[in-house]
Design a protein around this ligand. Structure first.
Ligand code: NAP
Length: 299
């Protein structure tokens, strides 16, 4: 490993909480493999400090940062410039620096498409897709799938109003795609998952009571697990635990299960390229988060 010295270039991640993040491990493994004098650090920044922290990136001469929960949407309002996708999605996960300007990108959607194609063998073009969740991850997924030529994107969300406004925005951005919002209810899931070819799960529900911690799994989740079938790819953005119950249900049903870790690596690889201008060493990054070359989890 190249030792830290007075020439080391710093990048990192800003979030709250951030202690669980796998990004430092993944990016530092990449810098190490390429013998680069770069380091990636995690910064716990509360909402009130976001603006100052981002200006600090320029002031300290850092090359950029990732932005994660809860800052992805607020960061979009603080930066000097957003690329088209970040503007459409209304959220930023990657910040680059050009002179004294902060540039915002969103690599989540493209990372998700990369994971579906590489590990799921399922490019989105022409596919019937269901996106469960309309927060930052769900928004990125819906825009990316529609832009990639999906024939249909059904957006399901607990708060229906958010599914509707997301569907309206995606329809405007990709008029060729049929985009349908719906409430996240068991009977709706029953209806829309049966003929879907791609399911992307992007809610925080499975990390909480909905998975059984407080009163049993949510009805919609049980139906979702039951309706998965052969010939479809299921990507679970949630990667805590690395192998989720939803991925287990997908595998049991004969569907292709794509780990959120795969998406994490691909979105990170795109951030790496924004900062360094170099292609990321994907295999090294996959190993660092516990994925093998073909997307299976290391035992
Ligand atoms: P977010 O913006 O906070 O959105 C949370 C989503 O979860 C909303 O759609 C919310 O619905 C829904 N939700 C929360 N609790 C629920 C419950 N009990 N039942 C049903 N729906 C519920 O979060 P996010 O950034 O989209 O992240 C969502 C998950 O995806 C997290 O686990 C995150 O780590 C993961 N993620 C992974 C990657 C990756 O690279 N693998 C990238 C992005 C996100 P309402 O609108 O009704 O509140």
């Amino acid at each position: 490993m190249v030792e830290i010295d007075a020439q080391t270039t710093l990048v990192g991640i800003i979030g709250d909480p951030v202690a669980h993040s796998l990004s430092p491990r993944m990016h530092n493994a990449a810098f190490n493999a390429l013998q680069m004098n770069w380091r990636y650090a995690a910064f716990r920044v509360p909402a009130a400090g976001l603006s100052q922290a981002l200006r600090g990136v320029v002031a300290l001469g850092m090359a950029g940062v990732n932005v994660t929960i809860p800052h992805k949407e607020s960061a979009a309002g603080v930066l000097d410039e957003l690329d088209d996708l970040a503007r459409q999605i209304g959220a930023v996960n990657t910040v680059g620096v050009s002179g004294s300007r902060l540039l915002g990108f969103n690599t989540d959607g493209a990372g998700m498409l990369d994971a579906l194609t590489s590990d799921g063998g399922m490019p989105a073009a022409g596919r019937r897709c269901v996106v469960v969740g309309a927060g930052g991850g769900g928004r990125a997924a819906a825009f990316a799938l529609a832009a990639a030529g999906a024939s249909r994107v059904t957006v399901l969300n607990r708060t229906e109003r958010k599914a509707q406004s997301l569907a309206d925005a995606v329809r405007r951005a990709a008029p060729g795609c049929r985009v349908e919002p719906a409430p996240l209810l068991a009977d709706v899931v029953e209806r829309v998952v049966g003929d879907a070819e791609i399911v992307v799960h992007a809610t925080a529900a499975t990390m909480s009571a909905a998975m059984g911690g407080g009163g049993g799994r949510a009805d919609w989740l049980q139906v979702l697990a039951r309706r998965l079938h052969r010939g479809m790819a299921v990507l679970d953005m949630v990667y805590t635990p690395a192998w989720t119950e939803l991925l287990g249900a997908a595998k049991a049903a004969g569907a292709t299960a794509v780990s959120g870790l795969s998406m994490l690596v691909f979105q990170g690889a795109r951030s790496f390229q924004v900062w360094t201008g170099r292609p990321a060493p994907l295999d090294v990054m996959r190993q660092a988060v516990g994925l093998t070359a073909v997307g299976e989890l290391k035992s």
